[in-house]
Design a protein around this ligand. Structure first.
Ligand code: GLY
Length: 561
């Protein structure tokens, strides 16, 4: 493991007292070289290897995702879905939507009992929680932007699965903590459960997953969606209450969508449109906070936090009401991000007191946190940029492992609104726009984002964290553009989160206490959370130096070509 960490530790430094709980900053500064930032050193290294072989940012991001499916099984995946936002060095912008879809047998009230009560255990755990995986189709859809063959891009992942790799302390802890869930949902032995507890340095070998990856290498997309892998997956469904059939897998399709673009203070923001709410939310929040000239305040000061929380409140109320799969609902994006609409939305803002959530949207209660999902930022030396956020939804998704094929399946069905007003695992509520229908994509919060300055990549950013994703990306952007922080400080300084419901504002545990107390006096209800997100940021300064930062909150890591 040590030799891989070399790439991650080109620049370690200790932050000052302002960030008492986040002391390690991983930052690399390079020029004229490609960089990959991801949640795991071995995955970043797989991407950098591909850059060295002549691949571009899109080759690298595919290889990194395959590698994450092996070395970061809690969120990296071939059994889930994701979004890619890309900007080519000729200025072409594109997105690939490989979000999971609801199976053909899914229906609106499938998680309600006879009394009409929602059973979120079924939408969150086990086989009925699984949406049709989109990741592998997404990797193949990315190929047309790549230079190398899929055969080469998947090889690092095959090697990692076959030969195994040393797990970190955090990974050992997670595997041990989830052992009981793995045993509940999987009756057959698998790579993730052993008699003794896992410890740092143990080797995780995944032979079945290696065979699955080889089938994809040999047979292309059909190696996953048809034949042996598809048979294993459907058989796994029948080991319980799963409803995905062979036809579902064979018919899965990615969607290439026009990126959501808007101007922010002279910078062009390129992000993910529906079915992710992420792009719309950051557009709404950035625009609303600009009405108060956010840049005049200090980062994380009472006034700055108040403005941003109120912007988050109004944006998330709209998320619950209007957002869903644009192939199934009327897409109101243009209206929702228009200055006219947002100015009217902002009229109720006052510095004197907290706005009540009931004043900006139709209410119902909640609360729960989870930070799964994972993000990759890549820039190659030719100036191509890729931002990918990918997910199984919860930690290890549904906790169901496809026996014979060795990969975890998502629990993405919980991202639908299982019943209007009933919170999902992130506490988000929704209504008809995000109701379940066969083949529909569930609403997401993933926000892979590229910011352009003078038409060239300036920032590549994203994070995991469910509904905290858009608010973390929002903070990362204003930290750089409004508060003029460097990439390190922007990623690693303490964050906060609000999502309309619940009424509370969540603060990372090292957030300045005096600001929290000031906000409480203004009527804000607060809670302390451990950590928010794992942001991977690449920032390119005016002199062309690339500042890559891997979030200090996890094992996140940078690899240079
Ligand atoms: N599963 C998290 C999201 O897509 O927002």
């Amino acid at each position: 493991m040590k030799k891989y960490l070399f790439f991650a530790i080109l620049a370690f430094s200790t932050l000052n007292a302002q960030f008492t709980d986040i002391t390690i900053v991983k930052e690399v500064k390079v020029k004229n070289k490609g960089v990959v930032v991801s949640a795991h050193p071995l995955a970043s290294e797989a991407g950098a290897k591909i850059l060295k072989m002549g691949g571009n940012a899109f080759d690298a991001v595919v290889a990194t995702q395959y590698a994450l499916a092996v070395v970061y099984p809690q969120a990296g995946n071939i059994g889930g879905g994701g979004f890619l936002v890309g900007v080519k060095n000729n200025g072409e912008k594109f997105t690939i939507d490989y979000r999971e879809t609801a199976p053909r047998k899914a229906f609106r009230d499938m998680y309600l009992d006879q009394k009409g009560n929602a059973n979120t255990d079924l939408s969150q755990n086990g086989r009925l929680a699984v949406g049709i995986p989109g990741s592998v189709a997404g990797f193949f859809a990315t190929l047309k932007y790549c230079r190398l063959s899929m055969e080469k891009l998947i090889q690092p992942a095959i090697d990692l699965a076959e030969k195994g790799f040393e797990i970190t302390d955090k990974e050992a802890e997670l595997l041990n903590a989830n052992k009981d869930f793995f045993l509940i949902h999987n009756k057959i032995s698998n790579a993730f459960v052993k008699d003794q507890n896992w410890k740092a340095g143990d080797i995780l070998i995944q032979k079945e997953l290696a065979e699955t990856l080889k089938l994809i290498q040999k047979n292309g997309q059909k190696g996953f969606y048809e034949g042996k892998t598809a048979d294993f997956l459907v058989k796994e469904m029948k080991n319980g209450n799963g409803i995905i059939g062979l036809e579902d897998l064979k018919n899965y399709k990615v969607a290439e969508r026009k990126a959501l673009e808007f101007d922010y203070k002279g910078n062009q923001i390129i992000s993910m449109p529906l079915p992710s709410s992420g792009g719309i939310l950051i557009a709404q929040m950035l625009k609303m906070s600009s009405f108060e000239n956010l840049q005049q305040y200090q980062q994380n000061s009472t006034k700055a936090v108040q403005i941003m929380v109120e912007a988050e409140r109004r944006a998330f109320a709209d998320r619950a009401e209007y957002m869903g799969d644009p192939d199934f609902i009327q897409d109101k994006t243009a209206y929702l991000i228009s200055d006219e609409y947002l100015k009217s939305r902002w009229k109720s803002f006052s510095f004197n007191k907290a706005t009540l959530s009931s004043a900006v949207g139709k209410i119902i209660p909640q609360t729960k946190e989870s930070t799964e999902t994972t993000h990759i930022s890549v820039l190659d030396k030719d100036g191509n940029a890729a931002a990918v956020t990918t997910t199984l939804n919860g930690l290890y998704g549904s906790k169901v492992i496809v026996s014979g094929a060795g990969f975890f399946l998502n629990n993405e069905m919980d991202d639908f609104s299982v019943k209007p007003g009933v919170p999902n695992m992130f506490g988000a509520v929704g209504g008809e726009a995000n109701s379940i229908q066969p083949n529909k994509r569930m609403l997401s919060s993933m926000t892979p984002t590229i910011v352009l300055k003078n038409g060239k990549p300036y920032m590549i950013v994203g994070t995991p964290g469910g509904t905290t994703i858009p608010t973390s990306v929002y903070q990362s952007i204003v930290n750089v553009i409004d508060f003029k922080l460097n990439a390190n400080m922007s990623v690693n300084s303490p964050k906060f989160h609000h999502q309309w419901l619940p009424e509370t504002v969540a603060f990372e545990k090292n957030f300045p206490e005096t600001v929290i107390q000031d906000l409480e006096k203004l009527g804000y209800k607060v809670e302390r959370w451990g950590q928010l997100g794992r942001t991977e940021m690449i920032l390119i300064d005016d002199g062309g130096t690339v500042h890559a930062v891997a979030d200090g909150r996890g094992d996140d890591s940078i690899a240079v070509e």
